[in-house]
Design a binder for this molecule. Structure first.
Ligand code: ADP
Length: 764
């Protein structure tokens, strides 16, 4: 007798059991032989022969005889009686077994059982009908004589557990056993039915989808054929349809577009909405919905491009190269948002264009100057008549790609109005956490802006709202020295202007001296915008001369005035000064550095202080602070303020000059007035003053020093704490200025001889 451990097999006494030949071999260590006597015992867990122990088995087994060996890989065992496992030893997979017979309780109602069997056969035939293999299954089903046989046949497909199956074997009552079997079989039949239903439903769905898409494809194909035969007949709607289909827009956009297209179809050409819908769909399909591949940019090549387009600006260029390197490594298309801050004409916008070229990407520019409505950024809702997309999406559409380099010009000139705050909308555009699904009101569907490389420009950071400023990395453009300007003019502005008027390069000769005069006497600016205008004018004048036959046209300092038909701006150079109470200050405005003269004067009166000129609040406060300080420093002169009115005036320019950095200048001017000691106009100064006379640091030192040098100032007093900023000042400027760092305003006064004593030799 062979002991055969089995797992998850349906064992019914007096019936049949099917076992896989391979499993039999593994469980017993040999191949089954015909008429081999076996005892089938049930393991609690699925175990290999080697893992078996005496505890592995349930206590009831079943005897049997191998009756059929099927070449398909299974054997049939005719099952006999149930047995109790009395004693069991397991060693190296060899099982020794003593068993005793386990009698059934003979309580089966044969007649009732027959009826049940019939019902079950009927049920099985029904199910079998639904399968191809079921054709002819009736014959088999009729052969099955007992529930046990049915269970044995469907055993491999039954979803019953080992324990459930063993429970049938362990049941002593024949009636109960039949009921258990019936329950198991019916459960499984039901499950088969359910599966079948689900399959059928799914199949129907699939069929519908396949059918629909097949019809669509057919239609499209036929329509295309027709369109090709008669291109003139392709309707606008059809064109839009094609565009929508080809655009690759996201799911939401596609739905919105389809919705509007349907409306267009239903309402016909003449509805009031037609134009709006056309425009909308035109806009939507004009956008690029494709994600561009991040490409790796050759750094040397990029450096070359940046060098080609702009002279100088080393720091800026280095920062851009860094950014490109990082983007290469991260395979990203965007990164930190850069904010270029500097005076007009310092190259902020144009370098944006050159960055796009270096990155081999499209370039678009959006001017934000004067934008006050949120709708300018985010678009109008379509319900408005004349609704339009916002400037950002408009620019993206114009670029034709989803990853342009976008320069947002003049972010410092954004306004706020009752129509919402454009800067908060801009914040959403720039925020990497949100901008992957930016929803323009006009579009009404999200668009991914995360691949757009944003660059902002501004003249000053003062008016940029804090949250916006925090998002950006500030890069300063300090303006150019005369030597740099000369290089820029020679290498960039002049060749371009010559070309623009249609002259050949050799037909216009501009001497270095002429350029220098042009820069120092005809322009006063940090950038080169004015210079560019002058050069353009020069080239136009030269073109006239060329047309009259002069070639080449020579430009020298002498004929500049005639060619430009304009006189030089002289006012920039400092004036002679012998009047006490006037001092040269250095200011920093959004247009770059400037010099300004602070004038003070006593008039008859009774102690009033008047401040005039285009001044901000801070400057007015600095004035009254300066008065107190002078009274403190020169107690003897304090009564002058009681018998006179003091008038302070800051005459130059139309740009508001605010900020406390005129403190030292105001104090020195008033001190000069009360002591009647004049201060030379070639001495400039900048610094904030405290009530005790300490000099505090200020901003924009490089720009101020450049302006001072441009204006002909020779000596400049700066706050001691600003000394490290001198690193950013071009050597050419430093070499022409005497710079004196100070800690207190008294140091300035004594250096200039503005003291209560009799005049002495002045320190300049
Ligand atoms: P911003 O945006 O700072 O006001 P722009 O970029 O409009 O200045 O520059 C004004 C003009 O000056 C442009 O024609 C630009 O090409 C030129 N320009 C400015 N800086 C340089 C430079 N470093 N090299 C060459 N050209 C320059």
């Amino acid at each position: 007798m062979t002991v055969v451990p089995v797992y998850n097999v349906m064992l019914v006494p007096g019936s049949v059991a099917y076992l896989q030949t391979e499993l039999y071999r593994r469980a017993t260590g040999h191949s089954p032989a015909p008429d081999e006597k076996v005892t089938l015992i049930v393991t609690k867990e699925p175990q290999t022969r080697e893992e078996l122990t005496a505890e592995s088995f349930y206590p009831v087994g079943l005897t049997g005889v191998v009756t059929e060996l099927h070449p398909e890989g299974f054997i049939a065992v005719k099952t006999g009686e149930r047995v109790n496992l009395e004693e069991i030893t397991v060693a190296n997979g060899e099982i020794e077994l003593f068993v005793s017979r386990r009698p059934d309780i003979e309580d089966l109602d044969e007649a009732a059982n027959r009826r049940r069997l019939e019902a079950m056969r009927g049920e099985m035939k029904e199910i079998a009908k639904n399968f191809r293999w079921g054709l002819g299954a009736d014959v088999f089903i009729d052969q099955w004589d007992t529930l046990g046989e049915i269970a044995a046949v469907i055993s491999p497909w039954m979803v019953s557990s080992n324990a459930e199956r063993y429970a049938v074997l362990a049941e002593d009552s024949r009636q109960r056993r039949a009921e258990l079997l019936e329950k198991l079989i019916y459960e499984n039949l039901e499950m088969t039915k359910l599966n079948q239903e689900a399959n059928n439903a799914r199949q129907e769905d699939h069929q519908k989808i396949y059918r629909e898409s097949a019809i669509r494809k057919q239609l499209e194909y036929l329509q295309k054929e027709l369109d090709e035969l008669h291109p003139e007949n392709v309707s606008d709607i059809r064109k839009l349809e094609l565009k929508i289909a080809e655009s690759g827009m996201n799911e939401t956009a596609r739905k919105e577009a389809d919705k509007l297209l349907n409306r267009l179809k239903q309402e016909g050409q003449n509805s009031a909405e037609t134009g709006m819908i056309y425009n909308y769909l035109d806009f939507l399909t004009g956008l690029s919905w494709k994600k561009e591949q991040a490409r790796s940019i050759d750094l040397t090549e990029a450096e070359k491009v940046l060098e080609e387009d702009h002279f100088g600006l080393k720091k800026v260029k280095d920062r851009i190269i860094e950014q490109i390197a990082v983007m290469n490594l991260k395979k990203a298309q965007s990164g930190s948002i850069l904010l270029f801050v500097g005076a007009p004409g310092t190259g902020k916008t144009s370098i944006g264009q050159s960055i796009a070229r270096a990155m081999q990407r499209e370039y678009v520019r959006v001017s934000l100057g004067g934008v006050r409505d949120e709708a300018d950024i985010r678009g109008h809702r379509r319900t408005y008549i004349g609704a339009m997309p916002g400037r950002i999406m408009d620019a993206v559409q114009k670029s034709g790609v989803s990853n342009p380099v976008m320069v947002l010009d003049e972010v410092d000139k954004l306004g706020v109005s009752y129509n919402g705050d454009p800067s908060s909308a801009l914040l959403e555009v720039l925020d990497p956490e949100q901008n992957f699904s930016f929803t323009d009101h006009y579009m009404n569907v999200p668009y991914d802006l995360s691949d757009v490389f944003f660059i902002c420009t501004a003249n000053s950071t003062d008016t940029i709202p804090e949250p916006l400023l925090n998002r950006m990395e500030v890069i300063r453009f300090q303006g150019y020295t005369p030597i740099e300007k000369q290089q820029i003019a020679r290498r960039h502005l002049l060749p371009k202007a010559v070309q623009a008027v249609g002259l050949a390069p050799e037909e216009l000769r501009v001497t270095d001296e002429a350029l220098e005069t042009l820069i120092t006497e005809y322009t006063r600016e940090s950038g080169v915008r004015g210079l560019k205008k002058r050069i353009d004018a020069l080239c136009r004048a030269a073109a006239v001369r060329r047309a009259r036959g002069e070639t080449p046209v020579e430009v020298t300092p002498e004929n500049l005035r005639e060619l430009l038909n304009d006189h030089p701006i002289h006012s920039r150079t400092v004036k002679e000064n012998t009047t006490p109470g006037i001092v040269t200050g250095l200011a920093w405005t959004s247009a770059g550095g400037e010099i300004l003269y602070i004038e003070t004067m006593f008039t008859k009166g009774g102690g009033k202080i008047t401040v005039t000129g285009q001044l901000g609040e801070v400057m007015k406060e600095s004035a009254s602070l300066a008065v107190s300080l002078v009274k403190h420093l020169f107690p003897d002169k304090a009564e002058l303020f009681e018998h006179n009115d003091l008038h302070i005036h800051v005459p130059d320019g139309a740009t508001p000059k605010d900020g406390p950095s005129a403190g030292v200048t105001l104090t020195t001017a008033i001190a000069s007035l009360v002591t009647e000691k004049p201060v030379p106009a070639t001495v400039g100064m900048t610094g904030e003053v405290t009530l005790r006379g300490a000099v505090n640091p200020i901003g924009g030192l490089p720009e101020k020093l450049m302006a001072a040098q441009r204006a002909g100032v020779e000596q400049v007093f700066i706050p001691e704490d600003n000394v490290e900023d001198l690193e950013d000042v071009p050597a050419e400027v430093l070499s022409r200025l005497t710079i004196t760092p100070v800690r207190t305003v008294e140091e300035i006064l004594s250096a200039l001889g503005v003291t209560a004593e009799e005049p002495m030799l002045q320190a300049v």
